[in-house]
Design a binder for this molecule. Structure first.
Ligand code: CAA
Length: 258
């Protein structure tokens, strides 16, 4: 891999977008490498949580690569959007929990990448925005879809139409990020969060993720039925027996993830 670094420790995989000279901008090659890493990790039974971050201290990802996009035809532009949308959907639907550690600029495709993650933690120097209409394009890595679902239609439209860049505090206020930390604390706090989740019944966590993601794309009655089916499925697991026994026996549960 040229533009993606992966580090693994204690069941956590840290994926780092590594093109610091271009503020980690996503070109086609980086998107393809990211897609491959995501597909590989999705199959792994020894990786329980995933963290996505950017290389260096300045940027998470400063967007799609404008140098590459500048001379694209309409067909090529659509192909790039479809590639990124597929990779980001695969991130959203990974069986593992995915946390974005947003360590600087998260603009355009960078903001869109962070929104494909389950949870966003940001450093105080993070900046979010969708600058696309200022470049004569629209957000094309699913930003027009995920941003309104996360922060509501009105705020999403304001951010996309004005291209205003917002700081981490404002991103927290509108619900775009879950927590904000000092830059030197960000990775430590992200790993702490991953470890906290990993102590729970991970099969149940994965089903809860599926219920939320899939349920939001269904009508309410279908979503309730889907949730009830996944709830039922939990009762076929050792984790359910262990979790409830531990409660009754007043001890800490020791989950196996199955
Ligand atoms: N694509 C390609 N190169 C980029 C880039 C991008 N998105 N963002 C930054 N870079 C490059 C710069 O061209 C520069 O390269 P050189 O040193 O070779 O000149 C290098 O990264 C450092 O950037 P700056 O000198 O501009 O750094 P700065 O601190 O002055 O500004 C910034 C930082 C505000 C993030 C600014 O770089 C910027 O505005 N970048 C573009 C952000 C943007 O518009 N992103 C959206 C892209 S479109 C998109 O993402 C579409 C979509 O929906 C997927």
């Amino acid at each position: 891999m040229e533009n993606i670094k992966v580090k693994e420790e204690n069941g956590i995989s840290v994926i780092c977008i590594d093109r610091p000279k271009s503020l980690n901008a996503l070109n086609t090659q980086t998107l393809k490498e990211l897609g491959q890493v995501i597909n590989d990790i999705s199959e792994r039974k020894d990786i329980y949580t995933v963290i996505i971050t950017g290389s260096g201290e300045k940027a998470f990802v400063a967007g799609a690569d404008i140098t590459e996009m500048k001379s694209k035809s309409a067909i090529e532009g659509r192909e790039m959007a479809k590639l990124a949308q597929k990779v980001f959907s695969n991130i959203e639907n990974m069986p593992q929990v995915v946390i974005a550690a947003v360590n600087g600029y998260a603009l355009g495709g960078g903001c869109e990448l962070s929104m494909a993650c389950d949870i966003r933690l940001a450093s105080t120097n993070a900046k979010f925005g969708q600058p696309e209409v200022g470049l004569g394009i629209i957000p094309g890595f699913a930003g027009t879809q995920r941003l309104p679902r996360l922060v509501g239609k009105g705020i999403a439209k304001e951010l996309i139409f004005t291209t205003d860049m917002i700081d981490a505090k404002e991103a927290y206020r509108i619900g775009l990020v879950n927590k904000v930390y000092e830059p030197e604390e960000l990775m430590e706090k992200t790993i702490e969060l991953a470890q906290k989740i990993m102590k729970k019944g991970l099969f149940a966590v994965s089903l809860a993720k599926s219920a939320i993601n899939n349920g939001l794309n269904m009508d309410t009655e279908s979503a309730y039925a889907f949730e009830a089916n996944l709830f039922g499925l939990c009762f076929s697991t050792d984790d359910q027996t262990e979790g409830m026994s531990a409660f009754i026996e007043k001890r800490k549960a020791l989950f196996k993830g199955c």
